[in-house]
Design a protein around this ligand. Structure first.
Ligand code: ADP
Ligand code: ADP
Length: 227
């Protein structure tokens, strides 16, 4: 059974069809990249999966359960909307811990500590946990945002252009980091980007989205040879 199944999703904003009859299956533990130009409907698709938007029609299934009728809190989905927005007055540790401290989560201090350190280890930032965002490098800030995104256990992790705010050099080495992180995370990831190199280098499969429609779905090799 696929981890995520989208069935004929449609979402319009006024006269704009942001998502137009989208069907997609993402497998358990797959790193799936949604690739397309600005305005293609990538973010809207993620929001529909996360429950931040409700579809006009169509269905979202996660782990075999239909979830498009549920509120976001009833879904177990982790999404980074703007992954770079760290709280400047919080330490790296507290930024990462933030999603675990929501009042409804009831995680013990020890559980929180274990998850935060696990996420920090995956991203290689254990040594800066006590620092404030202003005191660490751009790449470390990006890793902090990614650690915060993966810190809570979820059925699927949604990443919306997590590298769009970093410069070319950082983006280059963060691709390698992301690849390593995803292998260790060993969970389902849907990753949005408008960067062709990023799409082809990160995805197990890549879906090419334009005008709300999936024009192509395949391995990076298949997408590369059939542009
Ligand atoms: P992408 O993430 O690929 O850049 P989006 O999903 O953000 O694309 O947007 C798809 C289309 O829907 C665009 O034409 C965009 O202008 C429109 N759109 C997205 N969100 C809204 C909104 N809240 N209100 C009106 N139009 C929107
Ligand atoms: P609270 O804010 O609720 O008092 P804390 O943030 O002080 O909770 O932290 C609880 C535990 O989390 C600490 O015992 C420590 O292990 C860990 N911790 C908190 N901040 C840091 C930090 N900057 N660096 C490393 N570990 C930290």
């Amino acid at each position: 059974m696929p981890r995520v199944r989208l069935e004929h999703l449609v979402k319009s904003y006024g006269r704009v069809r942001a998502v137009d009859d989208l069907c997609l299956e993402v497998e358990d533990r797959e790193f799936f990249v949604l690739y397309g130009p600005s305005g293609a409907g990538k973010t809207t698709t993620l929001k529909l999966i996360a429950g931040a938007e409700h579809p006009d029609s169509g269905e979202v299934h996660i782990g075999g359960r239909r979830v498009d009728l549920l509120e976001p809190d009833a879904r177990n989905v982790a999404m980074t909307f703007e992954s770079y927005a760290l709280y400047p007055h919080y330490s790296v540790y507290d930024n990462i811990a933030f999603p675990l401290r929501a009042p409804d989560r009831r995680m013990s201090r020890a559980e929180i500590d274990e998850r935060v350190r696990w996420a920090a280890r995956l991203l290689g930032i254990e040594h800066v946990l006590g620092h404030k965002p202003a005191e660490i490098s751009q790449g470390q800030r990006q890793r902090t945002a990614l650690a915060r995104a993966i810190v809570r256990p979820a059925d699927v992790y949604l990443f919306d252009e997590p590298l769009s705010h970093v410069d070319a050099k950082v983006r280059h080495y963060m691709r390698g980091e992301l690849h390593r992180m995803s292998t260790m995370l060993n969970n389902t990831i849907i990753y949005v980007t408008h960067d062709y190199v990023e799409a082809l280098s990160l995805g197990d499969r890549v879906g090419v989205l334009d005008h709300g429609r999936l024009h192509q779905v395949g391995t990076p090799r298949e997408v590369y040879y059939a542009p």
